[in-house]
Every structure is written in C-alpha cells, then in structure tokens.
Design a protein around this ligand. Structure first.
Ligand code: AP5
Ligand code: MG
Length: 207
C-alpha cells in the first residue's frame, strides 16, 4: 500500500525479483485493458482518467481471475489492491491469506515531485524518473528499447484527486490490517532514495 507516487511499483519490482514471485498490479492490468479496448478497459477508463477508483465489483472479479492463474501458485505481491474496505473483505472471504502488508509512507510534496518526473514502459510496468531513476538512453526502456510514456492520470489536478481518494478510501485499511489476525503490518518510511527504502522493506520482511 501507499499513496500515488509512494513507490509501490518501484519497490514491487525489487521484491518480486528477490522472492521469485509475480507482481499483481491492478493499475497496470487496468491500463493494459484500456489500451486493448476491451469491455473492462471501456468500463475503467473514465474512472481512471478522473482519478477515481474503479468500482469494487469490477476490481474484485479481475483479481479473482488473476489469482487463479498458475503463476500465482508460488505466491504473489499485490500492488494497488486492496484499496477499499470491501476489497479487503472480499480477499479475506475468498480465503486469501496475506503474510504481510507493507505500507510506504511519503511526504505529500515529495509524492507530487516523484509523479511529475515519472515515465513508464507500458508493456512491462517498469517505472523510471527523469532525475532520480533515468533510463540508460533518454526516452526508451532499458530492456526493450521501446518508448517510455507519461501516464494520462499524472496531470496535476488529477494527481490531487488521486491523493484525496487515497486518504479517504484506502488509508482506513491500515487500521483494518493492524487488527487483522495473522497479518504482519509494516509501516515503512518511504522518504529517501529507492535503495534506502528498499533496504527498510527488506529488513522489515527479514529478506
Ligand atoms: P495505480 O496504477 O495503482 O496508481 P497509484 O496508486 O496512483 O500509484 P502510482 O502507480 O501512481 O505510484 P507508485 O506508488 O506505484 O509509485 P512508483 O513506483 O511508480 O492506479 C491507477 C488507477 O487505477 C487508480 O487511480 C484507479 O482509478 C485504478 N485502480 C487501480 N487499482 C485499483 C483498485 N484496487 N480499486 C479501484 N481502482 C483501482 O514511483 C513514482 C515515481 O517516483 C517513479 O518515477 C519512480 O521512479 C520514482 N521513485 C520511486 N521511489 C523513489 C524514491 N525513493 N526516491 C526518488 N524517486 C522515487
Ligand atoms: Mg504504480
């Protein structure tokens, strides 16, 4: 968990590599559905464009299908899900036992700075930052050489909306997981370099 721009995608890349598990990012899945023009993409697009959450029933169905796939058998890392209490309860009622919940906490001004410099590789979800994590060659992805893009919802007024929605709808999940038996909640200081934050997460998870 973490506010928009906190570094969920960035840290998920290091964690999934280390643990040999898949990253399940609802944001990336929705963006590729929008790109492909599927029915799900058409449903999700207007919510995402405006910085609102996609309705719970749509997201819960999407996650149920994704977690049933073979590559999730060894474990998975959820990035950007759950984001509301009904989503967290649906995960719980489906019998999905989370071993840990990590929240990345970053000062609001820094979130805006990170988001404005972000560039992404849509096909893989890899993220870069113009100043802090630039690609080897400007404008293109390190692994594929394909062009990097700026996300449509990274415009300033939409970012403000996304931050507000996070505070209202997602932040209450911290209290939910604090009292959930069997789940270790780790609240991580997300200020500092990518490597510093990664070190804090790895040591909290004893990796
Ligand atoms: P989603 O794609 O999940 O967006 P988000 O939550 O707003 O988070 P971001 O992806 O913007 O940030 P991040 O924390 O991954 O940061 P990143 O690592 O990229 O969701 C998008 C939309 O989809 C939602 O608004 C909603 O409409 C819909 N949606 C998705 N899931 C949903 C759900 N469950 N329910 C309903 N709707 C849903 O880092 C940001 C930048 O900072 C990068 O440039 C990076 O290089 C840089 N950076 C990272 N860490 C550092 C550091 N330590 N120092 C300096 N720079 C850093
Ligand atoms: Mg992300």
């Amino acid at each position: 968990m973490g506010a928009p721009g906190a570094g969920k995608g960035t840290q998920a890349q290091a964690l999934t590599r280390r643990l040999g598990i898949v990253q399940v990012s609802t944001g990336d899945m929705l963006r590729s559905a929008v790109q492909s023009g599927s029915e799900l993409g058409r449903k999700a697009q207007s919510f995402m464009r405006n910085g609102e959450l996609v309705p719970d029933d749509v997201i819960i169905a999407l996650i149920e299908q994704r977690l049933a796939r073979e590559d999730c058998r060894k474990g998975f890392l959820l990035d950007g899900f759950p984001r509301t209490l009904p989503q967290a309860r649906a995960l719980d009622s489906a019998g999905v036992a989370l071993s840990a919940v990590v929240t990345i906490e970053v000062a609001p001004g820094e979130l805006v700075r990170r988001i404005s410099g972000r560039r992404t590789h849509p096909a893989s979800g890899r993220v870069y930052h113009l100043d802090d994590a630039p690609p080897q060659t400007p404008g293109v992805d390190d692994d594929t050489g394909e062009p990097l893009v700026q996300r449509e919802d990274d415009r300033e007024e939409i970012v403000r909306r996304r931050l507000k929605v996070y505070g209202e709808q997602t932040l209450p999940l911290v209290a939910f997981y604090r009292q959930q038996p069997g789940v270790a909640l780790h609240q991580i200081d997300g200020n500092g370099t990518v490597e510093e934050v990664r070190g804090r997460i790895f040591s909290a998870l004893r990796l």
